[in-house]
Write a protein that binds this ligand. Structure first.
Ligand SMILES: [Zn+2]
Length: 279
């Protein structure tokens, strides 16, 4: 039999087929591929698939897609759809929860928080080796914790979210606001001679420190892993967080805390593969 792991993000859909006879992997554009159709096409192509694990960039609860701001979905009750129609097992989990699970295995630590800053800002929490979901699987939405008022709105409708400062989409919004041209490259902004552009990088760092310290103070992890596109493209951020978090977090929560940057190429897909092992 074969098993399929799929990571559905706003930009890319990545998959890996783990089979006894055949293995396959690939990346396709999310805009051209509706998730249900994609999985159905894989089931047709590889009829020996009996289990599918999905990492999904949206809110997911008990096998159902609750909200997907950047992905068009034809079937929200995805687990029921595939289990009843195709007789296979399917598990779906939020992508940051999947990433946190993969980080937890990678760092060998069951008390871990993964704080990811990419297009958005979010986190996954692992406690005693298990994903912490909350009542309706909404735990970890650090990006929408109130922070400071901004002159524009967040995707959630508010205008004071951490995500408006400590994310790639936030950087772009601030650049438009300040009239800073060029790529939304944080290092370039950080080193800019234009104080308006440099201020955007300073906003970002300050908000990232707030988000990191909030997670650490609230959840007391042993390991905090920073990841996501903005972190991965800007290695200068890790030493800044390590040096300056003391000014933001509760002192006792910092004792023995390890802060790392992710070393996993695609943690959410790796997390989906780990889910397959639990099915
Ligand atoms: Zn928000």
């Amino acid at each position: 039999m074969s098993r399929l792991a799929v990571d559905i993000g706003g930009t890319h859909l990545r998959y890996e087929l783990i089979g006894e006879r055949e293995e396959a992997c690939g990346t396709v554009s999310s805009r051209e591929t509706e998730p249900t159709r994609f999985i159905e096409s894989m089931l047709k192509r590889y009829p020996e698939i009996d289990a599918v694990a999905v990492s999904f960039a949206g809110q997911v609860n008990e096998g159902t897609i609750v909200a997907a701001p950047n992905i068009e979905v034809a079937v929200s009750e995805i687990q029921n759809h595939f289990e009843s129609r195709y007789g296979i097992r399917l598990k779906i989990e939020n992508d940051l929860n999947c990433a946190a699970l993969a980080e937890s295995v990678y760092w060998g630590d069951g008390e871990l928080v993964a704080l990811y800053s990419g297009t958005g800002l979010g986190s996954g929490i692992v406690e005693k080796g298990e994903i912490c979901h909350g009542w309706r699987s909404l735990a970890g939405e650090i990006g929408h914790v109130p922070y400071r008022e901004a002159p524009f709105s967040c995707g959630c409708g508010k205008n004071n979210c951490l995500e408006l400062y400590a994310s790639g989409s936030g950087i772009e919004k601030w650049m438009r606001q300040a009239g800073c041209a060029g790529d939304p490259d944080l290092k370039r902004l950080y080193e800019s001679s234009d104080p308006e552009c440099r201020k955007i990088a300073e906003y970002y760092i300050e908000a990232l420190l707030h988000a990191s310290a909030t997670m650490v103070t609230l959840l007391n992890p042993k390991t905090l892993v920073l990841g996501g596109g903005v972190i991965q493209h800007n290695p200068f951020l890790l030493p800044i967080v390590r040096e300056r978090i003391g000014a933001y977090a509760l002192g006792a929560s910092l004792e023995g805390l390890r802060i790392e940057a992710t070393r996993i190429e695609n943690a959410s897909l790796e997390g989906a593969k780990l889910l397959l092992d639990t099915m």
